[in-house]
Design a protein around this ligand. Structure first.
Ligand code: PXL
Length: 281
């Protein structure tokens, strides 16, 4: 296996199983060296906790980047999630499109769900995210984020024409390939659509009727790991969706675990599933 080094740029929520505390173990378990650039440190994530602390690290980013540039450090991909501050975008783009990154720039907008923005975000944050979308090789939005990015009303059950318009709109914003999550949603099913501007593929699969926090981060981390290890975008999205489903199934019966999903016990099987998918190619 080729040595791979990915940089993940997101917040650290010290407690709560999301962002970097998901990306690091997932990517590491897939054999990928994972460097991190934390954009903020929070005591917990912002969903379901009250009174969390938030230390913005945007002042630190330029010096970290300058040091990496001096050391001639290189990454095989850059993957961003929840950043926390609109001003982070400038630093992120200087990494993703500068000498530090020699591979794809993969963007999970990570700013909303179920028709709403996460607490603390506003239209300015969404506007700044459009700056990332413009440069994204692969964009991983859910339906909520896609609608906000396009400035259109959220509809949890878009019809065919609406899905087409969303995909076209995201390409027009600059995203080269889009993995749109949360289509064809019923109580029992949910799906995703992969669209590279020429070709479109969908994956509809079983759904557990429970909203779980951190699943977008699990999906994105598995997706990035699988894609970097050699699956194509669609295969990576399928592996990520199936693994995310298993994580929810592993958590849904535990009433004490409402803040995230119990992905850790499943990581060993994830590497096996990835290898099996690679061997099938
Ligand atoms: O899972 C996305 C996420 C990441 N980081 C923080 C969050 C959220 C979602 O609410 O609050 C701090």
């Amino acid at each position: 296996m080729k040595d791979l080094r990915v940089l993940s740029i997101q917040d650290i929520s010290c407690f709560g199983q999301c962002s970097l505390t998901v990306a690091l173990p997932v990517l590491s378990s897939l054999g990928i060296e994972t460097a991190i650039l934390p954009t903020a440190i929070l005591s917990t994530h912002t969903s379901g906790f009250k009174g969390f602390t938030f230390r913005d690290l945007k002042e630190d980013l330029p010096a970290i980047i300058a040091h990496w540039e001096k050391e001639k450090i290189r990454f095989d991909a850059v993957y961003t999630g929840y950043l926390g501050h609109a001003k982070d975008v400038e630093a992120v783009l200087s990494i993703a499109r500068g000498e530090l990154n020699e591979g794809p720039f993969i963007v999970d907008p990570a700013f909303g769900d179920d028709g709403c923005l996460y607490g603390g975000f506003d239209e300015d944050y969404v506007a700044s995210m459009r700056g990332l979308v413009k440069e994204a090789d692969i964009l991983l939005p859910n339906l909520t984020e896609a609608c906000y990015l396009l400035g259109i009303p959220y509809n949890s059950s878009p019809n065919e024409a609406e899905i087409e318009a969303i995909l076209r709109g995201l390409h027009d914003l600059g995203a080269k390939t889009v993995v749109l999550k949360g289509i064809a949603r019923t109580k029992e099913q949910i799906g995703l659509c992969v669209d590279d501007g020429n070709d479109q593929k969908r994956y509809i699969h079983d759904r557990i009727d429970k909203d779980s926090h951190g699943t977008g981060d699990v999906f994105a981390s598995v997706f990035v790991g699988a894609y970097m290890r050699g699956l194509d975008v669609y295969e990576s999205a399928v592996l990520a969706a199936d693994f995310t489903y298993k994580c929810i199934a592993n958590t849904v019966d535990d009433p004490t675990h409402s803040y995230g999903v119990k992905f850790e016990p499943l990581l060993f099987g994830l590497e096996g599933a990835l290898r099996a998918a690679l061997e099938k190619k």
